[in-house]
Write a protein that binds this ligand. Structure first.
Ligand SMILES: [Ca+2]
Ligand SMILES: [Ca+2]
Ligand SMILES: [Ca+2]
Length: 341
């Protein structure tokens, strides 16, 4: 059982390992493939295969008390994570039957208020942004889509999303200035996601073993925000959706789990529940003004979304992107600031 779960790599764990019951804290890693794990308490415990266990965990401030039945009680004090979700985890075949989470009336009120405020804020942001409307759709019978367009070249940025080695930030001589052991970091996208932070921001998403953790870095390569909106990896393509200087990124075209996110981890645009394909997506300016469209497709259909207020006559943000012939599933996407006129 994981609790005060922040993401796949940051949580408390209470469970059985070998012939022991253990209570531990996991907080990213200290080096390559070396998780930062600390056993907070443990005791001898012989689990018979096939036997069901009832785990009871109580957390209050930094105090943790975890028990199996009445026999094994582990206690610890640890301030690493003050809050989070619950999660079920196992590295052998395991069955889980039920989970019950309780909290004081006061805490429930606090959480409900937090969730309601977040939803209200996102609904407000979504209402203020252009709505995605279908521009074109057609049937296709071959897998894959070829897209070509030429534009000006982009400068390389020395940020490495280095798979299991995490993320590096290096100077042009190759000196590593920052190294974050944040798991299997992939698909970095560099764009201006926030006007209040200087230069470009970087967003990355994890795959392989810790899917779905999104990290945001500032132009110095320092982490400024992380969250885990989904439990899968997905390219995070920058999108010039509003024509203003802050870009969003498309997590996926899924109606409930996807959408466009801003540089503060907020879902600012949702895709309509209109039966569109959502297996693949790409971001490109196809029509109307210089803002980007979103192409979504599967082996059978291809749809293109544009803004409901397309085209806009004003001076609009028009970033420079990677050359299309360099596009790949493993690309680092670079989006350099520019304007339409
Ligand atoms: Ca910025
Ligand atoms: Ca995950
Ligand atoms: Ca357009």
């Amino acid at each position: 059982m994981a609790f005060r779960y922040r993401n796949d790599r940051c949580y408390y764990f209470f469970g059985v390992k070998g012939d022991k019951a253990i209570l531990k804290v996991v907080n990213h890693a200290v080096a390559y493939h070396k998780p930062d794990e600390k056993i907070l308490a443990e005791s001898k415990f012989n689990l018979k295969p096939g036997e069901f266990l009832t785990a009871t965990i109580r957390v209050e401030g930094s105090r943790i008390r975890a028990q199996f039945g009445d026999s094994v009680i582990l206690e610890a004090q640890d301030p690493t994570f003050a809050e989070g979700k619950t999660a079920l985890t196992a590295d052998v075949p395991a069955k889980f039957s039920w989970v019950k989470v309780t909290a004081s009336a006061e805490e429930i009120k606090r959480i409900e208020k937090f969730v309601a405020e977040k939803e209200k804020q996102e609904a407000k942001l979504q209402a203020a942004n252009p709505r995605p409307v279908v521009w074109k759709k057609f049937a296709i019978n071959e897998y894959g889509v070829a897209i070509t367009r030429l534009n000006d070249g982009a400068e390389p940025a020395i940020f490495y999303a280095a798979s299991d080695a995490g993320a590096f930030y290096a100077d042009l001589k190759g000196n590593v200035l920052k190294h974050h052991f944040f798991g299997h970091v992939q698909n970095p996208a560099l764009a201006n996601f926030r006007d209040d932070l200087p230069g470009l921001e970087i967003v990355s998403i994890n795959f392989w073993g810790n899917q779905g953790i999104i990290h945001y870095f500032d132009s110095d390569g320092d982490l400024y925000y992380d969250f885990e909106p989904v439990q899968h990896g997905s390219m995070c393509l920058p999108i010039n959706w509003t024509g203003k200087s802050e870009e969003f990124f498309v997590l996926s075209p899924d109606v409930t789990e996807g959408g466009m996110y801003d540089g503060r981890g907020r879902r600012v645009v949702q895709f309509p529940a209109d039966g569109h394909p959502y297996q693949c997506n790409a971001v490109l300016d196809f029509t109307g003004d210089c803002r980007d469209e979103v192409v979504v497709w599967d082996p059978y259909e291809l749809w293109i979304y544009t803004q409901h207020d397309n085209p806009k006559p004003d001076r609009l943000y028009k970033p420079q992107r990677n050359e299309l012939y360099n596009y790949s599933n493993y690309q680092a996407t670079v989006s350099l600031p520019g304007w339409s006129r």
